[in-house]
Design a protein around this ligand. Structure first.
Ligand code: NAD
Length: 479
């Protein structure tokens, strides 16, 4: 096995202690643990020094991954040269089940980023009561710079290098930025070849339906993202309008101000997540909203009367996923839109921003110019800590990543179950189960959110950390 830094087979328990989850997330874990430490209804049997010690143990368990696997994939290219591509698999925590998380194909992938994303997966699964732990993978490349044949080899090499540490009951990868069902099919096929005779359908999720994937997986994250927004501002506010009106919680005022009136939405990122969330908004009959802006890696398109999302999706489908970015291309789609700079989308006069591109998009440099009072995090960690605090202090409601974008992992769980049973659900059944699961999480979190002074992200973290702490305590792991 050439090029391994840590032998994947061996794995290393937090080898150096260096790669801990970054400051923002650490701070939120710590304040969640502090809130639970002070709560006399949470694990009341844990008292005095034992209680303090258990919470200190929990803090170290959550802020460090269990294992970090890294390799340099040796890949012969079409022109005969050989490259070595850095690749990672981070296994953060498996208290609730096998590690689970996507593999990102991107030119800025690095170990710290993968550790943070793996940690978010641990929390996301705990929050939504999905029986998986948290993991994440990354391959440092720009997939557009490689031929299909080269990408196929890269995928197979990744599986070869990490085959000892992944598998249906150990660690189940899925697509992330830059990867999709094609890559998962290739990877599953390689896993099947290596582990000949073992169950393999559950080794990867996000596969094509032809290869044992679930109907509805591709749309799941975008649908879930839009659902969290719609459920909060439409169903929940309607049912709890009187309580919210009587509350002095600043977020209750924001929620009421955005219910039952026309809303303008802007969607950053027009890939798997962004395009589906935009289409859900476009097609919604329950809420009066218009998607007035969308953006991708090249451009922002804007029309204050609303954009024709199906026409833009049709264009992207035949243009490697890109939006039209020239006047000629826009004319070709028949869409009415003006072209603006890529990042202009974030500061447009809209009510709701759906962030579905990459992390750190709203930050200290642009947070004061954000006009939206509602932000929905389809991407992972698109808001920095400074921006999160600043906007939350202004009463902006941020529906955080671990709540909003869990649709993908929830349907991945259904895919894994279907693969185990070799019984497959209809698309209608998948969406029904998905939205029921997200609703059940929202129904626990929203009353807490409107009843206390914490932002929604903090409420979600507290709930996830509570579930993990309970399980680890009952497993005797906090001594
Ligand atoms: P994708 O690769 O399909 O799409 C990404 C989109 O973002 C593309 O339209 C791209 O052009 C655009 N983009 C890239 N850089 C941009 C920039 N600077 N400004 C504006 N747009 C930019 O990826 P995806 O699967 O849609 O994932 C998007 C985000 O959602 C990622 O953060 C991912 O981790 C997160 N996420 C995805 C899933 C899933 O199931 N796909 C699940 C959970 C979270």
């Amino acid at each position: 096995m050439d090029g391994n830094i840590n032998s994947p087979g061996a794995g290393t328990e937090n080898p150096t202690g260096v790669e801990e989850v970054e400051g923002q997330t650490r701070a939120i874990i710590q304040s969640s643990l502090n809130a639970l430490l002070d709560s006399n209804t949470f694990l009341p049997e844990l008292k005095d020094n034992m209680r303090v010690q258990a919470f200190t143990s929990m803090s170290s368990i959550l802020s460090t991954p269990n294992k970090i696997h890294k390799s340099f994939l040796r890949v012969p290219l079409d022109d005969g040269s050989v490259v070595r591509i850095p690749s990672f698999r981070v296994q953060h925590n498996d208290a609730l089940g096998p590690y689970k998380g996507g593999i990102r194909f991107h030119e800025s992938v690095n170990e710290e980023e993968v550790v943070n994303l793996a940690f978010l997966m641990t929390l996301k699964n705990a929050l939504h009561n999905v029986p998986f732990g948290g993991g994440k993978g990354g391959i440092l490349l720009n997939p557009r710079h490689y031929s299909d044949k080269e990408l196929n080899l890269i995928c197979r090499k990744y599986v070869r290098y990490f085959s000892d540490v992944i598998g249906p009951d150990k660690d189940i990868p899925a697509p992330d930025v830059g990867s999709g069902e094609r890559e998962m099919d290739w990877m599953m096929a390689e896993y099947k070849r290596i582990k000949h005779g073992s169950p393999y359908l559950g080794s990867f999720t996000g596969k094509s339906v032809a290869n044992g994937g679930s109907l509805g997986r591709r749309e799941a994250t975008g649908k879930g993202v839009y659902f969290t927004f719609r459920y909060l501002f439409s169903d929940y506010v309607r049912e709890h309008a009187d309580e919210l009106a009587a509350s002095d919680n600043p977020f209750a005022a924001t929620a009421l101000a955005h219910a039952n009136r026309p809303l303008k939405l802007a969607v950053q990122g027009f890939g798997n997540v962004g395009s589906v969330a935009a289409l859900e908004a476009y097609n919604s009959t329950e809420t009066d909203n218009k998607v007035v802006a969308v953006s991708d890696r090249n451009v922002t398109l804007y029309n204050e009367e609303g954009l024709d999302i199906p026409a833009l999706i049709a264009f992207a489908n035949t243009n490697r996923g890109d939006l039209p970015s020239t006047i000629d291309q826009i004319a070709q789609t028949g869409v009415k839109a003006s072209i603006k700079g890529r990042d202009k989308l974030l500061t447009l006069p809209v009510d709701v921003l759906i962030l579905a591109a990459l992390e750190n998009q709203i930050h200290e440099g642009n947070m004061r110019e954000i006009q939206a009072r509602v932000i929905v995090e389809g991407a992972n960690a698109p808001t920095t800590q400074e921006a999160d605090e600043y906007l939350s202090d202004q009463g902006v409601i941020i529906i955080p990543d671990i709540l909003a974008n869990a649709g993908g992992v929830i349907v991945s769980y259904f895919e894994w179950l279907q693969g185990r049973e070799t019984q497959f659900y209809t698309e209608e059944e998948v969406f029904r189960l998905l939205l029921a699961k997200m609703k059940s999480t929202m129904d626990i979190i929203l009353p807490q959110f409107f009843g206390d002074p914490f932002p929604l992200r903090q409420n979600c973290f507290i709930h996830a950390v509570m579930r993990l702490t309970t399980v680890l305590y009952r497993q005797g792991k906090l001594y």
